[in-house]
Design a protein around this ligand. Structure first.
Ligand code: C5P
Length: 416
């Protein structure tokens, strides 16, 4: 699977910063893939990276001399490092070692790569690769959280065999997958890019789980990762829509060009969605809790002596999707729901389409390996009155693009 040269990376100027880890050899392949996707690539390397691969290899693949130091008079004369930082419309750090992540998180500028990252206003993506203990060390976890909180896109790592013979989370994501993720977060390269399929439309997307609090320390939640909804929001923004993303509690970076509203409970999600209206399209991709505790206990609920069971009284949450579909003042032209089902998918999805008065429902099978809630991949079928379309298993980022195309098609085909 690859990103076509006519896709969102077409013409984008990408600065690839290569860190000093064994995965640096895969950065060579990444240059190729980025260029195949239509991007212009320049490369900067840390001193460590040069111990694994040579600048000459990157020069051959990128078509530009690779930059290796701040102190190269010849290179500075051709294009000063601040000029290179300005040239970049996107910076990708791959592999991002634990050390490089730490230096980036803390704003250091002690070599060429960190100086370029600090001197640029371009969106930054990091692709970590390291030993699994280094990745899971609290220091790295905190550095990555800090970078994410600044809107840095974190791609991977994958879980699997590592260079030193161990196995765990820390493998560099494969170059093809990196390019797909970069494309999913790309904003149109130029103001002269052709208008998108949803140009001029306002889209509200809800994503992620909701947490229903029982007391100050406990809640009822679910395993939704929010990845599908975030991918749909990103895709809609790339197609020119004005997007409001109402997000339950998830740790995902906000896609470029998207206005994000963070919420926790189903009630808060309903209020935030209502506040975002009027809109042209509502896409309810959140896994909203169906029940919430009848009463919130302001004090931690205690074990009572001898009590072997505890009954929690739950009440229904508002059905956001049905409420929205009923609102005739909201200007909605299309309302889209999701259905996560384990069996009888087509029947349940079609009955939900009718019961919730939707224009389109996207059903996906949960409980099978490689699809559903926490996975990066999914397989789904969309149903609308009088039609359906199957989307075979693919990364959620790709499926999101396909879904946005279908939404645009349905919108052109009929209005409510
Ligand atoms: O009925 P079910 O929960 O399977 O329906 C799923 C669809 O309904 C999803 O699009 C979800 O976002 C939406 N929903 C909602 N409010 C609820 C429950 C589900 O908007 N309280």
């Amino acid at each position: 699977m690859s990103v076509p040269a006519s896709g969102p990376l077409q013409g984008q100027r990408i600065l690839l910063c290569v860190g000093g880890g064994i995965a640096a050899y895969k950065a060579l392949e990444l240059v190729r893939r980025l260029r195949d996707a239509g991007a212009a690539v320049q490369v900067a390397m840390t001193a460590g990276a040069q111990r694994f691969v040579t600048p000459l290899s990157f020069q051959a693949l990128s078509g530009h001399p690779a930059r290796t130091t701040l102190w190269d008079e010849g290179a500075e004369q051709a294009m000063g490092h601040l000029e290179l930082a300005r040239w970049a419309e996107r910076i990708v750090v791959a592999p991002a070692t634990a050390d490089l992540l730490a230096r980036l998180a803390h704003g250091q500028a002690d070599d060429l790569v960190t100086t370029l990252c600090l001197a640029s206003t371009a969106p930054l993506a990091v692709v970590p690769a390291m030993n699994h203990r280094m990745w899971q060390h609290p220091a790295t976890v905190a550095n990555v959280a800090l970078l994410r909180s600044r809107g840095v896109q974190v791609i991977g790592p994958d879980d699997g065999p590592l260079a030193e013979g161990e196995s765990g989370p820390g493998r560099l994501r494969e170059p093809d997958a990196i390019v797909v993720e970069l494309a999913a977060f790309a904003v149109p390269a130029t103001a002269t890019a052709p208008p998108g399929l949803l140009q001029g439309l306002k889209v509200v997307v809800s994503a992620g789980p909701t947490y229903e609090d029982l007391d100050p320390v406990r809640y009822l939640g679910n395993r939704s990762s929010g990845k599908m909804g975030f991918a749909v929001a990103a895709s809609a923004a790339r197609q020119g829509a004005q997007v409001v993303l109402v997000a339950g509690p998830v740790h995902l970076a906000t896609p470029p060009g998207v206005r994000r509203v963070d919420v926790r409970s189903a009630a808060q999600m309903r209020d935030a969605v209502a506040a975002a209206l009027p809109a042209d399209i509502y896409i309810g991709a959140a896994a909203v809790a169906d029940y919430t505790p009848r009463a919130y206990s302001p004090n931690k609920i205690k074990k009572t002596a001898g009590g072997q069971t505890l009954a929690v009284d739950l009440v229904r949450t508002p059905d956001i999707l049905s409420e929205i579909a009923d609102r005739h003042d909201a200007g909605l032209k299309l309302v889209v729901g999701f259905a996560a089902e384990t069996d009888n998918i087509a029947d349940y999805a079609r009955s939900k389409l009718v019961a919730k008065r939707l224009d389109l429902i996207v059903a996906n099978r949960v409980g099978v390996p490689g699809a559903g809630f926490e996975s990066d991949d999914n397989a789904m079928t969309a149903y609308w009155p009088g039609g359906e379309r199957d989307f075979p298993p693919a990364p959620k980022l790709r499926l999101a693009d396909d879904l946005v195309h279908l939404v645009a098609e349905r919108l052109r085909g009929d209005t409510r």
